[in-house]
Ligand binder design. Structure first.
Ligand SMILES: [Zn+2]
Ligand SMILES: [Zn+2]
Ligand SMILES: [Zn+2]
Length: 482
């Protein structure tokens, strides 16, 4: 039997005086709201029957049905007598109160954030089936301590991480540098295998007092929400490989001489030269004599061709089918050579609007954004990014909020998304830098794309720019760390 409202042949959800009504039409009818002709209030319009209804049930003298017992709204009900929003609030309250009848004060913001999920069905689903909400329940019931350590030890890593960011975003747990904490834990585990114990002690001391300390100082100084730990981890790993190699040869650090170091450099380890930092430190501390390791020159890799860069840019700027987030991020990468980590960490306050112009603050520069990029950035700034996770704070300072509550999108997620659009981050960024290097003084280039001044000078020289001596002077004056 066809639906009396839309004519489609679907199993009827309900039989009304006008005939059988299919499920989509039934839901639409229950949600059909507007200004009632009789009382002027915003109500569900039910009379006359059908899409042309103009009056509410009260004014039409009909019984009011499907009305939430908690908030009184006329809506499709989620559970007996209750709309989805009220059901969500009840269930979340029950979860957080854990049988005490009251949500603890420190979790009040978590309750509001979960209830503020734009689509309550998403949050209801998360409560019912989400692994993180199950952990939250364990925590509020007192079976799991409310601490970073307890979450670190939990076997369900992804769920524990989600819950952690949710709790940090609402100040239930103190903020911590996640990347740093992870690197510390990983390295501590890795170091337990080093033999003999004397080498383990030296490697642990190097990791703690040189590598991690440097990382911590960097994290304190930097506004970047993520501390890049790959280099630090790499230095410890190559150190551990050197020590294993020495152990196999029956040599100790105390006996290590230049000839053995030279053998190590030709041992076939692809990162053999990176032990320079370790051997520097051991020499300073008297664990080894002074040894020399040549410094490796960083190589320049392939870049996207200029023609391809323009084609990709045009697509990003004009293709409305691609997601706004990806279009803006890809354009910033291809136009200004920005690293994904820096794009991901952009805040809404870095978008500056004045006198019909839009600027983006990058480093100390205010970059004037041309149209149509300016329009895209403003739209992103005003509309915010869709699909943020359940329990996210209602306002965010990130231009690209991520899935984890209160955190920006990760550079690796960005990289994956852009690759689907044909934008390869490293090659695309190089292409942009080559172009910029021909146009900008190296000092400006260095600041704008956060390059070391000598690296910027190198690019500028390669691009045939005449500015590189300024950078060289700057590098000497400031004595920057690479
Ligand atoms: Zn229908
Ligand atoms: Zn009315
Ligand atoms: Zn309600």
């Amino acid at each position: 039997m066809p639906c009396a409202r839309c004519g489609a042949t679907r199993p009827p959800a309900v039989r009304w005086p006008e005939g059988p009504v299919c499920d989509p039409c039934y839901t639409a009818a229950l949600r059909h709201r507007g200004t009632c002709d009789g009382c002027g209030q915003t109500r569900r319009l039910v009379h006359p029957p059908g899409l042309g209804a103009t009056t509410c049930a009260d004014c039409a003298g009909l019984p009011v049905t499907h009305r939430c017992v908690d908030c009184g709204i006329e809506d499709k009900l989620f559970e007996a007598g209750r709309c989805a929003s009220c059901a969500l609030r009840r269930r979340t309250t029950a979860l957080l109160a854990a049988g005490t009848g009251e949500v603890p004060a420190n979790l009040a913001a978590v309750l509001e954030a979960i209830c503020a999920t734009p689509n309550p069905y998403t949050a209801l689903n998360w409560l019912r089936t989400g692994a993180a909400s199950a952990l939250l329940a364990e925590m509020t019931a007192g079976r799991l301590p409310t601490s970073h350590d307890a979450l670190d030890a939990h076997p369900r890593r992804a769920a524990a991480d989600y819950l952690r960011t949710l709790l940090v975003a609402h100040q239930v747990l103190p903020a911590r540098d996640e990347a740093l904490a992870r690197a510390e834990q990983r390295l501590a585990r890795r170091l337990t295998d080093v033999e003999p114990p004397e080498h383990r002690r030296v490697a642990t001391a190097y990791t703690t007092w040189r590598v991690l300390r440097r990382l911590r100082r960097r994290a304190e100084r930097s506004a970047d929400p993520r501390t890049p730990t790959a280099r630090a981890t790499h230095l410890v790993h190559v150190t551990i490989r050197l020590l294993a190699w020495l152990h196999d040869r029956g040599t100790t650090l105390a006996d290590l001489d230049q000839h053995t170091v030279d053998l190590w450099l030709t041992s076939g380890d692809p990162s053999a030269q990176d032990v320079g930092d370790f051997l520097d430190w051991t020499a300073q501390r008297g664990h080894t004599r002074t040894l020399s390791v040549p410094i490796r020159r960083r190589q320049t890799g392939p870049a996207t061709s200029e023609a391809e860069r323009i084609v990709l840019l045009a697509r990003l700027l004009h293709d409305d089918t691609a997601e706004l987030t990806d279009r803006v991020a890809g354009a910033l990468l291809l136009l200004y050579g920005q690293q994904l980590s820096r794009i991901a960490a952009l805040t809404t306050s870095q978008v500056i609007q004045s006198h019909d112009a839009v600027h983006l603050q990058i480093g100390t520069d205010h970059i004037h954004l041309p149209e149509p990029l300016a329009g895209l950035v403003l739209r992103l700034h005003d509309e915010g990014r869709p699909y943020i996770g359940v329990g996210s704070p209602s306002t965010t300072g990130w231009l690209f909020p991520g899935l984890l509550p209160g955190r920006p999108i990760t550079p690796s997620q960005f990289g994956q998304r852009l690759r689907k659009l044909g934008v390869y981050a490293i090659a695309g960024r190089r292409a942009a830098i080559i172009q910029l290097a021909a146009e900008l003084p190296a000092t400006v280039l260095a600041d704008m794309i956060s390059l070391h001044p000598t690296t910027a000078a190198h690019w500028t020289a390669q691009a045939g720019g005449t500015w590189h001596r300024y950078a060289a002077e700057l590098a000497r004056d400031r004595n920057h760390q690479p």
